[in-house]
Design a protein around this ligand. Structure first.
Ligand code: 6PG
Length: 473
């Protein structure tokens, strides 16, 4: 009996598409799902006529796989993963390898890598980005674990991943939970950019009074520029052109409830940043934007009580020219999201000894994933030409962008404030850049207060050592 090259557990949409992708790339497969009826349904529809067979139980699944076994789990993050590991472990043999392709918390993955490697099984925590279409056609993949485990799946994932001009969108990310950590930060950047584009839409609607098609035209123009050409800008235009199926006169977006959910990765990015002392205000603002959005009832009540300033008129530039001032703001906030994410990766890499190679991470994000964009080529180049770069914004090309566009961002944020329109990501970005480019911040006074009430001591700018003053005598 010939055994299959590759096994998949979990026939959700992502799992189905990934196994079809593997099979298309020459890897015969066997699939297992908790409910066998789902397996049968898949095999008789999408999986029919392909080198994919089904397994009735885990023992059957294991017996149908060639050794060392390569098994991808596409199941809900959390206890379900531990439960499958427990159930499958008795059947595994030395060298067999489990891959978790979900959005697991990176510390869970650290623990599982250690637990499985102790038993001489391989374990890879692999971020997979690109949604259902990406999974089928070529996602971006972020695998972490031991190098030996990665080498055992390299031929498989290199073929399955999206391909860009300098290779597949997959690389060995690093040890332990680093693959899932990188995916988490990817998602933090994703949250940031989504919110930035939503703020731009809101400004065009509320300050410029534009309709859905006009706003979509601007996103179309932006998507043709080097600075903003990206998957998220592209789908924003698509979303804005979609008509309501119940009312062809109205854009569907206008009928969607303004409450955004989240599954956890944006929150984990911000928590990690706080733990590691990384500054990620644009990303944090996007997370808080979702939290605030979910308080719909309170907001409706407050709308009738709290008043904003009287509106003033503001010209963001013409639609045909892509509203240049607004574009300045969106470009800088997008760059800040990437800069903050990359800085978080740099700090985490030192703290957790992940030894992340930032140019390679930019490279694997250039295709397949949700935050793919032309800007990532610039990010890759920036970290390649200066591996010690502490913040993307001081790379010469990005610094030029900041210096040319900061006035536009400032004007947009000021106009939004004067009109009472919330722009949390744009305004956080402005404060982020202004703080970062200020050599002397007012935290000297904070230090004085801390020392005054709590004898916390302070450093001086002109003498070495730690000082304390009896301020209240
Ligand atoms: C991707 C996405 C995906 C992710 C959701 C997160 O890269 O394909 O990041 O993996 O789960 O987009 O979304 P929410 O937290 O917004 O639900």
């Amino acid at each position: 009996m010939t055994r299959a090259h590759f096994g998949l557990i979990g026939l959700g949409v992502m799992g189905e598409n990934l196994v079809l992708n593997a099979e298309r790339n020459g890897f015969s497969s066997v699939v297992f799902n908790r409910t066998y009826s789902k397996t049968q349904e898949f095999l008789s529809t999408l999986g029919s006529g392909k080198k994919i067979e089904g397994a009735t139980d885990l023992e059957d699944f294991i017996n149908k796989l060639e050794r060392p076994r390569r098994i991808l789990m596409m199941i809900k993050a959390g206890p379900a993963i531990d439960s499958v590991i427990e159930q499958i472990s008795p059947y595994l043999e030395q060298g067999d390898l489990l891959i978790d392709g979900g959005n697991s918390e990176f510390r869970d993955t650290e623990r599982r890598v250690a637990q499985l490697e102790r038993k001489s099984f391989g374990y890879i925590g692999m971020g997979v980005s690109g949604g259902a279409k990406g999974a089928l056609e070529g996602p971006s993949m972020m695998p972490g674990g031991t190098k030996a485990s990665y080498e055992a799946i390299e031929s498989l994932v290199s073929k399955m991943a999206a391909q860009v001009e300098d290779g597949p969108c997959v690389t060995y990310v690093g040890p332990g939970g680093s693959g899932h950590f990188v995916k988490t930060v990817h998602n933090g950047i994703e949250y940031g950019i989504e919110q930035i584009l939503a703020e731009a839409y809101d400004l065009m609607k509320r300050l410029a009074g534009m309709n859905g098609n006009e706003i979509a035209d601007v996103f179309g123009i932006w998507n043709a520029t080097e600075e903003l050409s990206s998957y998220l800008v592209e789908i924003t235009e698509v979303c804005l052109r979609q008509k309501d199926p119940f009312d062809q006169e109205t854009g569907l977006v206008e009928k969607i409830m303004d409450k955004a959910g989240q599954k956890g990765t944006g929150l984990w990015t911000v928590v990690s940043a706080l733990e590691l002392g990384a500054s990620v205000p644009t990303i944090y603002a996007s997370l808080n934007g979702r939290v605030m959005s979910s308080m719909k009832d309170q907001r409706m009540l407050a709308e009738s009580i709290l008043k904003g300033p009287k509106s003033i008129s503001f010209d963001m530039g013409s639609i045909e020219q892509g509203m240049p001032l607004l574009m300045d703001a969106v470009v800088l906030a997008t760059m800040a999201s990437y800069a903050q994410g990359m800085e978080l990766l740099r700090i985490a890499s030192d703290e957790y000894q992940y030894n992340l190679h930032l140019p390679s991470i930019a490279q694997i994000w250039k295709g397949g994933c949700i935050i793919r964009s032309r800007l990532l080529k610039r990010i890759q180049d920036a970290f390649n030409s200066n591996p010690q770069l502490v913040n993307l914004l001081i790379d010469p090309w990005f610094a030029d962008q900041v210096n040319c566009r900061i006035l536009g961002l400032s004007k947009v944020v000021a106009a939004a404030a004067e009109n009472g329109v919330p722009v949390p990501c744009l305004s956080s970005t402005l404060d982020y850049i202004n703080s970062y480019r200020t050599g002397r911040l007012p935290q000297n006074l904070v230090q004085a207060m801390r020392d005054c009430f709590g004898s916390h001591t302070y450093e001086r700018i002109d003498k070495h050592g730690s000082f304390h003053t009896e301020w209240l005598d």
